[in-house]
Design a binder for this molecule. Structure first.
Ligand SMILES: [Zn+2]
Length: 117
């Protein structure tokens, strides 16, 4: 409970904690996807029924796509942590204007303002 005057933005420490928590969460999701890809549930017996193998392959494909998205998001969160450290977090990388607080609330790793996104 701190009684500081109304701050629109998070304190940098809180922001770092938030971004790191996000990062951990993404990391865990990526790891479990990787684990799932290595150890398929129940083991795959290809050739039993063509349809089975195909649907597993499609699932695997979806997992890989999700994994890629998570890795991209991880990179974005990492970049946001760097911006916090360098003191230009919340500044649009394109137009150099402040990114709206509502946008940062929704997407804490946003690197651009709404107009430049
Ligand atoms: Zn911009």
């Amino acid at each position: 409970m701190n009684a500081e005057p109304d701050e629109e933005r998070l304190h940098p420490d809180d922001l770092i904690a938030l971004l790191k928590a996000l990062r951990d969460d993404l990391d865990n999701r990526a790891s479990s996807l990787r684990a799932g890809a290595n150890v398929p549930s129940g083991g795959i017996s290809f050739g039993k029924r063509v349809g089975e193998g195909t649907s597993i392959a499609i699932e695997r494909f979806a997992d890989v796509a999700i994994h890629d998205q998570i890795i991209q998001q991880l990179a974005a969160v990492d970049a946001a942590l760097v911006r916090v450290a360098e003191g230009h977090y919340g500044v649009c990388e394109v137009c150099r204007h402040r990114i709206a607080a509502e946008r940062l609330d929704a997407i804490p790793w946003a690197a651009t303002c709404v107009s430049c996104a």
